[in-house]
Design a protein around this ligand. Structure first.
Ligand code: NAP
Ligand code: 8YV
Length: 332
């Protein structure tokens, strides 16, 4: 089914970066898709198609800010590839009557699985053990005994969809879970800490899975890391910006925390050389949701949002800052 405007022309979409789709052919048969990353002259492409673009399929590092949105006077919807939408200026979108959608739920279990894998890898030093074997060092002696997950309390910063899935997995590992967020949640079986520093003081593992953006910038800084303490393990699967990277490097280097497992970084894909040089960190290239199965499900949900919007049914998963008011989109 192609989305036709009056007069027979297909709805035009700007795609900012490549992402997984079960059927890219279906996407391109449904919409006229302009691929920003393939353009030899991006400015020229934007000048040419900007006035006709009604939807943006957003992913990768492109910031969808107010100035970028102004390139598209007919813009109705920004469909974000990912549940985190910190690269989209949702206030600017709301001010323009543009709806923003994201991809919640379809990646929750995948990211939670990865988080437990990263936690185990960090505490039991699995990548270091793998390197030890490959380098032939086992032939000369046993791998040094590691720290243990046993007896640790886990504090979750951000007990949302993914945070709850992580908490369930932690319970299966017989780990006590507590959480911090801006408010206490009714009906959850985990202890609540209104203060992040107090929670860090009470746990030996801190898992960060709150959204990025201005509200959480540098939330985990020196004070929180010092409260976590020399036996403490930090796991960040949220956004690099939530953790003060310089403070983290200092705490790891000086043994003020034990170890860290990081899937995200402040300026990814740039990772500070100081982190790479450390032996008490496990570093992953932002792979929380990165299985084919889950990335295709995310791509499908993005596409379903665009199709629903341009069929006049409204968005399937709008972000809270741009709720759908029930005004149908102009039917294409
Ligand atoms: P969610 O359901 O919206 O949960 C977010 C949680 O964070 C909520 O419990 C919220 O609780 C808390 N929170 C929000 N602002 C906060 C603040 N300023 N201080 C403390 N807590 C705060 O989102 P989700 O689906 O679980 O996803 C969470 C995030 O994970 C995404 O935004 C994304 O950045 C990241 N993520 C990373 C990967 C990866 O590949 N590594 C994959 C998927 C998602 P309160 O409202 O009570 O504060
Ligand atoms: C993706 C994510 O890696 O959903 C998110 O917020 O961080 C990940 O699932 C990313 O959005 C796509 O590059």
């Amino acid at each position: 089914m192609s989305m036709q405007e009056t007069g027979g022309a297909p709805v035009e979409i700007l795609q900012t970066s490549p992402f997984a789709l079960r059927s890219p052919e279906a996407f391109e048969a449904t919409f006229k898709v302009h691929k920003l990353w393939e353009a030899s002259d991006r400015e020229a492409l934007l000048r040419e198609v900007g006035p006709r673009v009604r939807g943006i399929a957003a992913g990768g590092k492109v910031e969808i800010d107010a100035a970028f949105m102004d390139t598209f006077p007919a813009l109705e919807v920004v469909a974000n590839f990912g549940v985190g939408y910190d690269r989209v200026d949702v206030a600017a979108a709301a001010a323009r009557g543009v709806v923003v959608t994201n991809t919640p739920d379809v990646l929750t279990d995948e990211v939670a699985d990865l988080t437990l894998g990263l936690l185990l890898a960090t505490v039991r030093r699995l990548p270091q053990a793998d390197r030890f074997l490959r380098e032939g060092r086992w032939l000369k002696g046993a791998f040094p005994l590691s720290a243990s997950l046993r007896g640790r309390r886990v504090g979750i910063l951000g007990l949302g969809r993914i945070g709850k899935a992580i908490a369930k997995r932690c319970a299966a590992f017989e780990l006590e879970v507590v959480y911090h967020g801006r408010s206490r949640q009714e009906g959850v079986p985990y202890g609540y800490y209104p203060s992040l520093v107090e929670m860090a003081r009470a746990v030996e593992v801190l898992i960060v899975i709150a959204p990025g953006g201005a509200g959480t910038d540098g939330l985990v800084g020196a004070e929180v890391l010092d409260a976590l303490g020399p036996n403490g393990i930090l796991i960040n699967v949220a956004r690099g910006t939530v953790v003060d990277e310089r403070a983290l490097i200092a705490a790891l280097t000086e043994g003020r925390i034990l170890a860290a497992g990081l899937d995200v970084f402040e300026k990814e894909p740039q990772v500070p050389s100081e982190l790479i040089a450390l032996d008490n960190v496990v570093l992953l290239p932002h792979v929380g949701s990165a299985s084919l199965h889950t990335r295709q499900a995310m791509g499908q949900l993005l596409l379903d949002n665009l199709e629903a919007w341009f069929a006049g049914r409204g968005p399937l998963t709008p972000v809270p800052e741009t709720p759908w008011t029930g005004q149908p989109a102009p039917v294409g």
